[in-house]
Ligand binder design. Sequence first.
Ligand code: HEC
Ligand code: HEC
Ligand code: HEC
Ligand code: HEC
Ligand code: HEC
Ligand code: HEC
Ligand code: HEC
Ligand code: HEC
Length: 453
Amino acid sequence: MKLLKVTSILFFITGLLWSPVPMALGQDQSKQNPIGTIKEYRIERSVSEDAAECIECHAKESGGIVADWAGSRHAHVNITCLDCHGASPADSDVSKDHLQYDKTRISGIVSPRDCSRCHPTEAAEYNRSKHANTLEIIWKIDPWLNDGMNNEIERVTGCEHCHGSIVKVVGGEFDASTWPNVGVGRINPDGSRGSCSSCHTRHKFSLAEARKPEACGQCHLGPDHPQIEIYEESKHGAIYHAEGDSWNWTAAPGTWTPGVDYRTPTCSVCHMSGVSNVPTTHDVTERLAWETQAPLTIRPNEFKPYPAKTDWSQEREKMENVCLSCHSENWTKGHFARFDKAVGNYNDNYFKPMKKLIEKLYEKKLLSKDKDLDEELEIDMYELWHHEGRRARFGAAMMAPDYTWWHGFYELKKRCMEIEEKAEHLLQSQKPAKVFDVKGAGGDTTHEVEIIQ
Ligand code: HEC
Ligand code: HEC
Ligand code: HEC
Ligand code: HEC
Ligand code: HEC
Ligand code: HEC
Ligand code: HEC
Ligand code: HEC
């Protein structure tokens, strides 16, 4: 590859935006933009001729992409389009179509393996996380998939948007049922797992964006995992909304400091960012002492489909250390003592007794074990742990009393009444429950993930 000492490229992108400061990275005050007419990007630096060609043509073809990239840390440190999109002839995801525009081989997909060339630590942590491995996990345990209870289009437009797809390339083109996709556990054509752009959207790859709760709230919301709503309800979230605009979101990695750069934690602070003696992590299972999304709450190392290699008491200590940067020991210990009791209350007084009752109905063949989620009581039991049971536990973990009680324990009580009522009816009538037939809305039960492994 030829390296030009200084390649001067001048781009003009017409638009209505006016910027008082020239957008040039190598700033030249004498060439300021005429007000209100054009926005100018001047990239003057050492890049190879091949890399310069991408920028030049794409400034015309897709100005928005070049503008985002030009404002990123990557552009500032000379990381170009080619560094991320460049592909070798052996790669299965080379775009055949693109060869008509440029002789250099490129791919539209940039996988964690591509990022790992320069960010090995983040990529390794992410690679072992539940985020990156979620397709394997859900195919091991999920009844919608394993019993064929939903169909392809429901999965593609629903589950896979958040969890990720298995990206397929057919004849040099992406298969539209698997692409585009930026789900956390996407399986890429190079075999790597995940998508860094789930949280760092291209082409700014901004730290500020990932540190804000909205980055997580795109997936962590709704009846079964309302973490963003829970955060909104908490005092932490209220203060974020009141004052967040004035916080310093762009502090360099490892220097983002509680009390100095921000006053209350976001999702990233508690789960990922480096805080005092707790290092930054891209494995979100760290700092957790429970599996509060599971039917029966267990420890992370007891989660059979993907046992964590962590010791829950050490992880609890890490989470407590995050709190201790702003709170006292008493405040922090008091919070966790109450959370742990709420977990016990859910396990012992709601989940276990109802599970026992449902098992009795299976034994007496009043419910059928054939498929899950096709009988009303199965849906009731599912919602008990998957909806209100999670909300009660998450609300208690993350300081949201409305979720703990009104959307949580209150709804649990109501659900138990309904389950007992319906169970009694079946036991009295001795007539098996009605089985719902999903007909055309049923789906494939092939474990593609295992085929790929
Ligand atoms: C002469 C113009 C030209 C050059 C040079 C060029 N591209 Fe493109 N590129 C295009 C056009 C046109 C498209 C298609 C845009 C569309 O589909 O709307 C495209 C598409 C792409 C895509 C999306 C592919 C996909 O499958 O979605 C990527 C990534 C890309 N280019 C990267 C690059 C890189 C990296 C380089 C430099 C090695 C480069 N381009 C050089 C014109 C060019
Ligand atoms: C730091 C790595 C990185 C750099 C640098 C980079 N890209 Fe990308 N690009 C990505 C990622 C990630 C995606 C999203 C695809 C994915 O999730 O794998 C993407 C997607 C694209 C797409 C398809 C997006 C769409 O919405 O259709 C185009 C086109 C593209 N990039 C062009 C460029 C051009 C042109 C440059 C240089 C100005 C560039 N990229 C620089 C990582 C990068
Ligand atoms: C060729 C090397 C290279 C590749 C490939 C690369 N990066 Fe980077 N990245 C860098 C460098 C260098 C920095 C700047 C570090 C600094 O500011 O000290 C950076 C910074 C970042 C930052 C911090 C931005 C900020 O605001 O401080 C993020 C996030 C990031 N990269 C994500 C990604 C992702 C995601 C990919 C893959 C899609 C990727 N990078 C691919 C070299 C690379
Ligand atoms: C809006 C995004 C979104 C959609 C759509 C979605 N999920 Fe999830 N799913 C999540 C999140 C976030 C979690 C993590 C829950 C937690 O830990 O609080 C999760 C958790 C799970 C789990 C539990 C994993 C574990 O470790 O125990 C399974 C199984 C699952 N989802 C399957 C599915 C299936 C199957 C579909 C489609 C029928 C689906 N999800 C649709 C976001 C989504
Ligand atoms: C679940 C969301 C999420 C995903 C997925 C994710 N990141 Fe990050 N990333 C973050 C957050 C949040 C931060 C900010 C941490 C902090 O406060 O410094 C960050 C920070 C970074 C930084 C700056 C270093 C630092 O310590 O802050 C780099 C580089 C980076 N990520 C690269 C990647 C790469 C590469 C991938 C894919 C392998 C990836 N990220 C996937 C959320 C994510
Ligand atoms: C694109 C969707 C998506 C985004 C964005 C996302 N997550 Fe997740 N998250 C998931 C899914 C899906 C799971 C469930 C994985 C599983 O257990 O199979 C999950 C699980 C988790 C877990 C539970 C891990 C465990 O061991 O049980 C935590 C904690 C978490 N995410 C935190 C975050 C944080 C913090 C952010 C933002 C910085 C974030 N997530 C962004 C989809 C997402
Ligand atoms: C004040 C700190 C704090 C904030 C802010 C916070 N969390 Fe949490 N989160 C926790 C604690 C503590 C737990 C329970 C940890 C345990 O298992 O002991 C938890 C549990 C979770 C879980 C359940 C993991 C599992 O599988 O049991 C998910 C998912 C999650 N948080 C995501 C998020 C998201 C997304 C946000 C932002 C919208 C967020 N959290 C904001 C502290 C926080
Ligand atoms: C960056 C500083 C910071 C961190 C880190 C932090 N908090 Fe807070 N927290 C605050 C502030 C500020 C308030 C508001 C205090 C007030 O009401 O005067 C608060 C409020 C609270 C409240 C009161 C909620 C209410 O509605 O009354 C609880 C409980 C709490 N935090 C627990 C925690 C726990 C547990 C952690 C760690 C998982 C944590 N905090 C991490 C700053 C922080």
